[in-house]
Design a protein around this ligand. Structure first.
Ligand code: GJV
Length: 423
């Protein structure tokens, strides 16, 4: 609920009027929703990002980046500074070039898995209507047309790559089956419901980019009852780990470079290198200090967009090797249910015991590494908190306790750390 303003005396005399640049939907009970053009009274600015404001007698937190001061004329000045909270210009701009598509197509584990899904379901795909959401160069749609006989594949791509995708479909003789639609999946119109919604939407740490929101909106609008989601489910996996080389390279380095003591730079190194997660980390199986644990599981048939605001998981690790506990590493696995009842499920596991993928893994470095011993346990929680302003970003908060099996005073401790990804 939003807070009702008590009475006129509460209004802070320094209140300033601001105009909303765009709509904002509150994602927390203490936030205030508003529409583009609304005039809000800002009473306080407790942080650069979030202000305390009032609209028609209701008070709550609002994202400062959505507001602008009213200029003299009252007309909205041409606003060039407001970044779209989805950053779509930059996002789809990047997918309009080949770099990311080359990276994804060069990822054999990823691409062959989707090919395997199509191949192992080729019989059941006959005469089915398929939607390939975010088709990129159209690789999945081309697999469908080449390896199976669907009646139609709607290949949806928002970036300018779509015009080339049309050429690739023609070049490979698939234009009878594959129809490329350029536009955002949330906005395009299909002529019919679909039997299968296939998409490669996974970002670093599974959810970064939050393309999954588009998949859920398309599911709700276009997937017929009883239709199939590919991937069907997803799991985020976590493991406590040692990261000796990263620690040596970024932190220990300052102890004795060229015989000098540079340790006063270590707090800077901590801030600069270990505040954010490290994408594309390659963890070796020997770096894992315990058996990995699935901390968050997503069912793509029941998951709701509102669930994405905050996802929580628990973990309890039994330490299997004495080593320095530098942090946690995360990766994901997605599962593709067979179209045939009882058919085999195909999975794409991006963890250290599978073929490497372009996602690799994500390393969360702790501020203070601590030695742990076989028999210790590390338990706690992970929370993925979606950024209420920058909708493709999130913060990952880890909270852990070490229950030492030895009486070493240093290792019966715990901590908590939040990692912005990225804003
Ligand atoms: N696995 C990922 N992290 N990214 C790989 C898939 C991303 C592809 O989907 C496209 N794409 C992303 N979101 C959308 C959307 N809402 N509508 C249409 N195309 C999209 C994007 O332009 C790119 O070509």
């Amino acid at each position: 609920m939003q807070t009702e303003k008590e009475d006129e005396d509460d209004v802070d005399v320094s209140s300033e009027e601001y105009v909303a640049r765009s709509d904002f939907t509150a994602s927390g009970t203490d936030q205030l929703s508003f529409s583009k053009g609304d005039r809000l009274l800002v009473h306080a600015k407790p942080s650069p990002e979030w202000w305390w404001a009032e609209l028609q007698g209701v008070i709550g937190y609002v994202p400062a980046s959505y507001l602008r001061q009213d200029d003299a004329g009252g007309e909205e000045e041409e606003d060039v500074s407001l970044e779209d909270p989805w950053q779509d210009e930059e996002y789809f701009g990047s997918y309009g070039t080949l770099r990311l598509h080359l990276e994804m197509l060069s990822d054999k584990s990823r691409t062959e898995t989707y090919r395997q899904v199509i191949l192992s379901n080729s019989g059941s795909l006959s005469n089915k209507v398929v939607m390939d959401l975010g088709c990129g160069t159209g690789i999945i749609s081309l697999f469908c047309a080449q390896l199976a006989s669907p009646s139609v594949v709607y290949a949806v791509e928002a970036s300018s790559m779509a015009e080339y995708t049309r050429q690739l479909v023609k070049q490979n003789g698939c234009e009878e089956v594959v129809t490329v639609l350029q536009g955002r999946a949330e906005e395009i119109e299909l002529p019919e419901q679909v039997d299968i919604l296939v998409s490669e939407w996974m970002g670093n740490c599974l959810l970064f980019e939050f393309m999954v929101e588009s998949v859920l909106l398309a599911r709700d609008r276009w997937l017929r009852d009883g239709g199939t989601m590919w991937p069907s489910s997803a799991a985020l996996t976590l493991v406590p780990c040692q990261a000796d080389s990263d620690y040596a390279e970024k932190m220990a380095f300052w102890e004795r470079p060229y015989g000098l003591d540079f340790t006063p730079l270590q707090p800077l190194a901590q801030q600069e290198f270990f505040t954010k997660p490290k994408f594309s980390h390659l963890i070796e199986p020997r770096d894992c200090l315990a058996a990995p644990c699935d901390v968050i599981c997503l069912d793509m048939y029941t998951l709701q967009v509102r669930d994405l605001e905050e996802m929580k998981g628990q973990f309890h690790f039994c330490v299997e090797k004495s080593a320095v506990f530098h942090g946690f590493t995360a990766w994901f696995t997605v599962y593709f249910d067979s179209l045939e009842a009882g058919g085999a499920t195909v999975d794409l596991n991006t963890g250290p015991n599978s073929e490497p993928t372009h996602w690799k893994q994500t390393l969360f470095m702790l501020d203070r590494p601590v030695t742990v011993y076989t028999g210790d346990s590390i338990s706690g929680t992970i929370v993925l908190h979606r950024n209420p302003v920058w909708r493709r970003h999130m913060t990952v908060t880890l909270h852990w306790n070490i229950n030492g099996s030895t009486d070493d005073p240093d290792n019966s401790q715990g901590g908590t750390k939040s990692f912005p990804m990225w804003r």
